[in-house]
Design a binder for this molecule. Structure first.
Ligand SMILES: *Cc1c(COP(=O)(O)O)cnc(C)c1O
Length: 459
């Protein structure tokens, strides 16, 4: 059809505001948002008519569908809670660690009130934002002092720019890794003013490689946890205990980017990794994330020798990286749970999901399956599967898990999408044309959300 005729047939904003559907939209969206969606659809339609790309009829269903799609996409694009049914415990796209109740409560309380964040009540004057963290980390790891910044990437940048600016940074080629897309160790070293002194090979670096690399320009030795990948086979790299001796003999700091940072030993659960405490014994500074295995808020913790922490405190950059009271509140509450490791494992969701027993998994899976069978039009089958920790932690570990296999006539891709578009989105996984809900990361308190989402879908 002639584009002029099509353009003349376009309704006005007011016409579209009088559609029958408006009442339904009004339930979940305000008028400003609806008007904006209408304008967007009209503009887009006009544009596609003018470029001869318009393929539809100009009728009510066309406009209703187009407006509805925008409103729906707006709704799901807002930051909101979702059910992580992927089984990946530290899913970076899903916000990594879920906070323990204690941390959630403290965060909410401190956010809504004035606090003594930087006020020392005992002295009646200005206090130190990092004092509480320093004390707690000392108590839990033996580190002399600690500070906290926005995330571990910031922690690493602060340490490197404070200690190694203009100096050579010795690092094994096996540790020049890229973590999560934009964090590339060699680039971080150079962008913070350090000179990359790479030694050894990808699979083997020896003590003598480190010894031979030290000269008058050396700033220190950097260790980086390879986090998201694991070298297996013929590999060798000195541990922090051996490296500490060399570093200290030469009066150099040994700093270690631990990545995840494990506070308590999980060897008995088949998860072996040195703890923060063990690394603090050898290294001058260690850095680790708050929202990976620690199970707290997004943060980067730097712990170690007081003389180096003091240097960090004097770096102007710290002012730009400092955390707010909400982060501190959640972090302190999380750390306090570690005073009793048994309590930490029960109360910190990351640790709970990591260490859940086979019997508990089976109980959760059976309970959800029964509810799906009895309270929805779907049926479910419990099957065995495996999952990963995520967040760059334990990359070689495959955790056994149980999956709810949803039986449906809807295609897997479609069902997966419908679950994600539910009022309370369910993020599932697809395997071989099946939609699977991994029970390991679904809390019992979330079963109701899964049932509601399934009941929103016509099966
Ligand atoms: C995850 C990770 C980082 C980045 O930490 P964020 O808290 O995500 O900024 C840095 N180094 C290592 C080794 C990591 O595993």
């Amino acid at each position: 059809m002639d584009s002029k005729i099509l353009l003349r047939k376009l309704p006005s904003v007011n016409d579209l505001l009088n559609l029958d559907k408006i009442e339904f939209w009004n339930q979940n969206h305000d008028l400003v948002e609806i008007k904006s969606a209408i304008t967007q659809v009209l503009n887009e339609t006009r544009r596609s008519i003018l470029t001869n790309e318009f393929q539809n009829d100009i009728d009510i269903p066309y406009f209703e569908n187009a407006i509805e799609k925008i409103l729906r996409d707006n709704r799901v694009s807002e930051l909101q809670p979702v059910v992580n049914a992927t089984g990946v415990i530290l899913h970076t796209n899903l916000g990594r660690a879920k906070l323990a109740i204690e941390a959630q409560e403290s965060l909410a309380l401190m956010s809504g009130h004035s606090t003594n964040l930087e006020y020392d009540i005992t002295q009646g004057k200005r206090g130190d934002r990092y004092k509480v963290i320093g004390k707690l980390i000392h108590e839990l790891t033996g580190a002399e002092d600690a500070i906290v910044v926005n995330n571990n990437a910031a922690a690493v940048m602060l340490v490197l720019s404070t200690l190694f600016n203009g100096k050579e940074v010795i690092i094994s080629r096996g540790q020049l890794v890229e973590i999560g897309g934009s964090f590339r160790v060699p680039d971080i070293i150079t962008s913070t003013g350090g000179v990359l002194k790479e030694i050894g090979t990808t699979n083997k670096t020896h003590i003598k490689d480190y010894e031979e690399a030290i000269n008058e320009d050396t700033g220190g030795i950097l260790l980086v946890h390879t986090s998201n990948y694991k070298l297996i086979g013929f590999t060798e790299t000195p541990n922090s205990n051996e490296l500490a001796k060399i570093a200290h003999k030469n009066d150099l700091p040994l700093v270690n980017d631990l990545g995840s940072g494990l506070m308590i030993d999980l060897n008995s659960y088949g998860l072996s990794e040195p703890t923060i405490k063990q690394e603090v014994e050898n290294c001058d500074l260690v850095m680790f994330s708050g929202d990976k295995l620690l199970g707290g808020p997004q943060a980067g913790i730097i712990a170690g020798k007081k003389k180096y922490i003091d240097k960090l405190k004097h770096n102007q950059l710290l002012r730009a990286l400092r955390v707010d009271k909400a982060t501190l509140a959640a972090l302190v509450a999380t750390l306090k749970l570690y005073r009793d490791p048994k309590k930490a494992i029960k109360k910190i969701p990351v640790l709970r999901d990591l260490t859940i027993s086979k019997a508990e998994l089976q109980y959760k899976a059976d309970t959800l399956k029964d509810r799906i069978d009895s309270d929805t039009n779907f049926s479910a089958e419990v099957i065995n599967g495996t999952t990963v920790v995520g967040g760059g932690a334990f990359p070689d570990v495959k955790l056994p898990t149980l999956l709810i296999d949803l039986k449906s006539n809807i295609s897997a891709t479609k069902l997966n999408e419908l679950l994600a578009y539910a009022k309370y989105p369910i993020i599932a996984r697809i395997s071989h044309e099946n939609v699977l809900l991994d029970i390991r990361t679904i809390d019992e308190s979330e079963f109701e959300k899964v049932i509601s989402a399934l009941n929103e879908i016509k099966n």
